[in-house]
Structures are given as C-alpha cells and as structure tokens.
Design a protein around this ligand. Structure first.
Ligand SMILES: C[S@@+](CC[C@H](N)C(=O)[O-])C[C@H]1O[C@@H](n2cnc3c(N)ncnc32)[C@H](O)[C@@H]1O
Ligand code: SF4
Ligand code: SF4
Length: 330
C-alpha cells in the first residue's frame, strides 16, 4: 500500500525541483523537545528537561507555511514525549499539504494506537532507531527491554501493510560488524532500513569513530555488500550514492560543502532557527543564517542523514527514483 498518494508524489517532485532551482530549503527538522526517555552512548541528550519552552502546534503550521520545505522531520529528543505531537503533525499537514512528513523516534512509546493516530494526522514515514540486532541495543541506549519491545511491536505494525517504517542505524565502531545483520533484521521484521554515520561532535567521544585500517576494511566490505543487496532487496532505503558517500566520510574523516542553513535547518523547541543539531547558534531569519553562518561555515565534521539526503545531487535523486517508487508504492 502506498504511503503517499499519486497527487502528493507529483506535488513533492514539483516542489523539490522548484526549491532546488531557487535555492530554497529542502528539509526542515522540528526538534519538538530535547527531553528524552533514553540516554544513548553516542548522543548528548538524555533525560527530561523541566520547564522547556515549547511552541504550540499552530506555530509549527505558521513556520511550515513560511519555510515551505519538501520534507519535514519531527525529531528531538524524543518526539513522542510531546503529548500534543499528533496535533503538531496535523497543524503542519493542514498548513501545507505538500511536504513529506517523517517522524524520527526511539520507539519506546510507539504502539499501534499512536502509530495509526499519527498516520491519520499526516505522518508519511516512521523512522525508528536501531543500533544493534539484539539486546546490545538496550545497553547502548541505556534502556532495558527496548529491543524486545521493538522486536514485538515493529513486525506487528509492519503487518498492517503501510510500508512506512524505516529503521535508522548510525554506524559506529561498536556496531560495525552488525551492518549486514541489521539489514537482515529489517527484512525479517518487514520494515526498511537506512544507515547514517556517527559523528563525535555531539559528545566529543572519539571511541565510536572508525580509526584504523581494519575498521575501514570491514566498513568497505559491508557497504559493498549493501550496494549489491539493495539491487535485489528493496528494504535498503539509502540511495547508492549515500552509501558510497558514507564510506567516503569515514575514509576521509570529513565531508566538505555542508549546506546547513541553505538546504536544511533545525527549529528548536522554543521556535528558534539554528543551522543544525550540532551548531545551535540562533538566527532570527533563514536569510540571516545564510549570510552569517552558511556562507562561511568551515564545518565538515558530520554526515548525518539530514545532510546526506538534503545534499544529494539532482542526478543522484533521479537515479534513485525507481528505487523510491518501488518502496513508496510497494
Ligand atoms: C538525535 S535522535 C532524535 C530522535 C530519537 N530520539 C531517536 O533516537 O531516534 C536522531 C538520530 O540521531 C542519531 N544520533 C544520535 N547521536 C548521534 C551521533 N553522535 N552521530 C550520528 N547520529 C547520532 C540517533 O541514533 C537517531 O537515529
Ligand atoms: S539518540 Fe535519540 S533516543 Fe538516544 S539519547 Fe539521543 S535523542 Fe534520546
Ligand atoms: S557538517 Fe554541517 S550539518 Fe554537520 S555538524 Fe557541521 S555544520 Fe552541522
């Protein structure tokens, strides 16, 4: 069953081309709260924040109209900790029906009832983080019982037949040998999987970086196998170019030409605009952000999913259309 209508697909392509040519935003990430019910080893967040200033659902609607992106991400922190998350999604959808809406979460609170409610509100894709294909995930996320919960719930949600769940794996030194087993797990659960790259910028912890020839050799082989696998198995969501760029990022230790502020930006829980989750200097408008940050931004220290997708060339997006279509209309 398709998770976008043919009409939405046409509008998405039209806006994508328009925003690309006119140098507008492709992706806006709403970090609706920085509170979290996990405390992951690779992340600087974790725990609840008391008295966080949060904008209201209708303000997300206004922002979406103003920023007019192609893709909206609801992230955090853990977005399902916001009791009004469905109202936020609905306000975004009603203000501007075009963007593709992705909810990124750790899955702790995801169940059939809120999954269906959020779909109804307008979510097109549920991105659920998974770092290991077994209980090591609980240890990494410091959340006992999480893997079991995902193992029970995700295949059940997948069986509802909407083909809108994608596992999200940040590759680290710790899960390097689990890249292929994670892809197998996705197929077994009837969901898709997308890979991104660890950056030490969040925590300053270099222990999860791939820092020697052996690590890179393992990664190279795994990426080559994923590239071959995605030709036969459409559960791998990354375009081939993103997989190859992820390898390049680890090999070089950087990825130049960051387009934070130009192709994407992040909105903090209080509504302020920042270039990315790792550079949280606030700007009153996107124009000011481009002038004061993006044009001279020397940072090249991450290749997280937000970057890898929003900076992909038109040619590579076009090359991936048959793969996207197969997945969207599966
Ligand atoms: C910051 S979390 C927010 C959403 C939600 N709490 C979750 O974990 O899915 C978004 C994604 O960033 C990833 N992430 C966290 N720390 C990271 C890091 N240092 N490098 C790369 N990705 C990271 C997480 O694994 C997750 O898939
Ligand atoms: S990665 Fe997500 S779940 Fe883990 S601490 Fe960070 S925000 Fe929370
Ligand atoms: S490379 Fe770009 S998106 Fe990544 S941390 Fe640096 S400024 Fe942010």
């Amino acid at each position: 069953m398709a998770n976008v209508s043919s009409w939405q697909a046409i509008r998405l392509v039209r806006r994508g081309i328009h925003n690309y040519i006119t140098k507008r935003l492709l992706v806006v990430a709403y970090e609706v709260t920085l509170s979290c019910n996990c405390n992951c080893r690779h992340c600087d967040l974790g725990g609840l924040i008391k008295g966080e200033k949060q904008i209201k659902p209708e303000e997300y609607g206004d922002l979406t109209r103003r920023l007019s992106p192609v893709v909206v991400l609801f992230s955090g922190g853990e977005p399902l900790l916001r009791k009004d998350i469905a109202a936020i999604v609905k306000a975004v959808k009603q203000s501007d029906g075009t963007p593709y809406l992705i909810l990124i979460g750790n899955g702790v609170l995801l169940n059939e009832s809120n999954y269906l409610q959020l779909r109804e509100a307008g979510v097109n894709q549920f991105s659920v983080s998974l770092d290991f294909p077994d209980e090591r995930h609980d240890e990494f996320r410091r959340r006992p019982g999480l893997y079991k919960r995902l193992e029970q719930r995700l295949p059940r949600l997948a069986k509802l037949g909407f083909r809108d769940i994608i596992l999200n794996t940040a590759i680290t030194k710790a899960n390097l040998r689990e890249i292929l087993p994670l892809a197998k797990k996705a197929t077994e659960w009837g969901v898709d999987i997308s890979y991104s790259a660890y950056t030490a910028l969040r925590t300053g912890n270099e222990d999860y970086c791939l820092n020697n020839g052996e690590d890179l050799g393992i990664l190279r082989q795994a990426i080559n196998e994923l590239v071959a696998l995605r030709k036969r198995d459409n559960h791998i969501a990354n375009p081939e170019a993103v997989l190859l760029n992820t390898l390049k990022f680890f090999e070089q230790g950087y990825m130049p030409d960051c387009k934070a502020g130009i192709r994407s930006l992040v909105v903090m829980p209080d509504g302020s605009l920042v270039p990315c989750s790792l550079h949280r200097s606030k700007y009153a408008t996107r124009k000011e952000m481009v002038e004061k940050f993006s044009r001279t931004n020397p940072c090249s220290s991450c290749y997280v999913a937000l970057r890898s997708y929003s900076e992909l060339s038109v040619l590579n997006h076009m090359k991936s259309i048959p793969h996207y279509t197969k997945r969207l209309f599966a």
